[in-house]
Design a protein around this ligand. Structure first.
Ligand code: CA
Length: 225
């Protein structure tokens, strides 16, 4: 699960990010509204923690725009006590929850967990399906339904496969994959995407599936059967 923290008070943002990483979430931080909106629009986040008072673009405007863009992240707003009106506007604009500043970090984490648990439930299934493949997202096990053979998928390859299977109808660009699997600030050169893809292709083949991860020249990757 990947979370974006949009908060201009760097100390607060860093405390939130550190705590979330301890909870095994992947976290990116934006320290102003413009950067926050840009990152949120990448649609790679499961949840966004969004401060209201931000330089450049405020949190409510970010919320409105990402809702218009059908970004499906859960949103928790951070509001000062004096911003009650803003809080109500936030709910009107589609925020899922809010936390009033000053807050205990544990309270925020608890609310994040609640939102992401609900999000998990709303998916209902524990598995992602594509063609003859079934990926169990709790156990990271990939099964070929035709041969009934299974194989365990290591963490990065799992994130990669999960992303491809969630977007099976689209061509996914390298940049999108790096953002989702390695994080927004990653150095593209330092990660060998091709190697991970070839590990995955081998595993898919080993269990007898007909699925291929196809490279689409100059555009990216797509699953194919
Ligand atoms: Ca602020």
């Amino acid at each position: 699960m990947r979370i974006l923290v949009v908060e201009d008070e760097e100390t607060i943002a860093d405390i939130i990010a550190t705590k979330l990483r301890h909870e095994k979430y992947e976290v990116d931080i934006s320290y102003n509204g413009e950067d926050g909106l840009y990152n949120a629009n990448s649609n790679i986040y499961d949840l966004i923690i969004l401060d209201i008072m931000l330089p450049k673009i405020n949190g409510l405007d970010i919320l409105k725009e990402i809702k218009e863009n059908d970004i499906n992240a859960k949103v928790i707003m951070l509001t000062a006590k004096s911003e009650l009106d803003d809080k109500l506007k936030g709910f009107g604009a589609g925020a899922d929850d809010y936390v009033t500043k000053p807050f205990h970090i544990e309270e925020l984490i608890a609310r994040v967990n609640v939102q992401l648990r609900n999000k998990g439930k709303s998916k209902i299934k524990d598995t992602l399906e594509y063609s003859d493949l079934s990926l169990n997202i709790r156990t990271s096990t990939l099964t070929c339904k035709n041969t009934n053979e299974s194989i365990n998928i290591p963490y990065r390859e799992f994130l990669l496969l999960e992303y491809l299977m969630n977007n099976k109808k689209q061509i996914i660009s390298k940049e999108q994959i790096y953002d989702k699997v390695w994080g927004i600030d990653t150095d593209y050169e330092s990660n060998n995407l091709e190697a991970y893809l070839s590990f995955l292709r081998k595993k898919i083949k080993i269990i007898g599936s007909k699925v291929n991860i196809k490279a689409v020249r100059n555009l990216g990757y797509k699953m194919e059967d």
